[in-house]
Design a binder for this molecule. Sequence first.
Ligand code: DOR
Ligand code: ZN
Length: 343
Amino acid sequence: MTQLTITAPDDWHLHFRDGDMLNETVPATARCFKRAIVMPNLLPPVRNKREALAYRERILAATPPGSDFQPLMVLYLTNETTPADIHEAISREIPAAKLYPAGATTNSDSAVSAIEALYPVFGAMSNAGMLLLIHGEVTAPEVDIFDREKLFIEQHLDPIHQRFPDLKIVFEHITTADAADYVVAANSNVAATITPQHLLLNRNDLLVGGIRPHNYCLPVLKRNSHQRRLQEVVASGSPKFFLGTDSAPHTKHTKETACGCAGCYSAWGALELYTQVFDDLDALDKLEGFASFYGADFYGLKRNQSNVTLTREAWTMPSEITLSNGDSIVPFYAGQTLNWRLA
Ligand code: DOR
Ligand code: ZN
């Protein structure tokens, strides 16, 4: 196959940041995706309807002229979030709220320290039909970083799901066979996003032959048996797994330093990288469901109407992207060859 046409895809998990950075990130995503779930971990975070709608306006202002790209906004849950915040915010523009355990990742210091105390909020979300998006890692310092996702399932995710079986939960950017197995076994209200880096790479790509800071993200890359299980579930065509890049830009100097930031900026090649994964798995027929159908279905939104076409054609990801302020970003897969190109 040298050409592949699929329904236009959506990205169900990414980070646009704010300010001037939007002029880079929003066009890069709108080039390919019709909608995106925009993570709220700004400083300060997006905590309520007013902040979410104001952020949405800033994103729309950075959308290329003529584009019909639609940002979908997410509330950032804190210890102070109330059921009233949920009732006020739930809307077409704000379909979801995000649970970050405090300290789990970038800008999560003001996040949730007592997850059980938020049960009234989860109850309100369940009743209102708002989705709960979860960064599923425990943060206790004594827990090994490679075990944090598995423990989160037992300690928090399963108790939440058992208590609120009607609450729609997206287990974001899963990285382990444990997470994949949990999602497969749970009821139809539990789904997961999977990033290109967790399908393409394993922890050897982070650590063998030298530390590679541009492959560092959270949850951290795991061993190859976990990578293979993620590949297996996407190749199975299960509607519980869908596209969420977790594209997360950090400037080059904040990645290439003694204590580097977590995040892979994949927007420049997102769909192309997933296509490569499905091609390598001999599962190109499953790409459209993963990229364009299952996320919309899970969110209860219409599937997109238009198409995109990919061509089998080699191209090289640039080694750096220069921002208007002179800073630069090293994109995910920098300097490497991709086999598929978006027309
Ligand atoms: O690698 C990551 N980067 N994981 C996250 O959970 C957050 C993200 C970011 O905001 O940079
Ligand atoms: Zn993320």
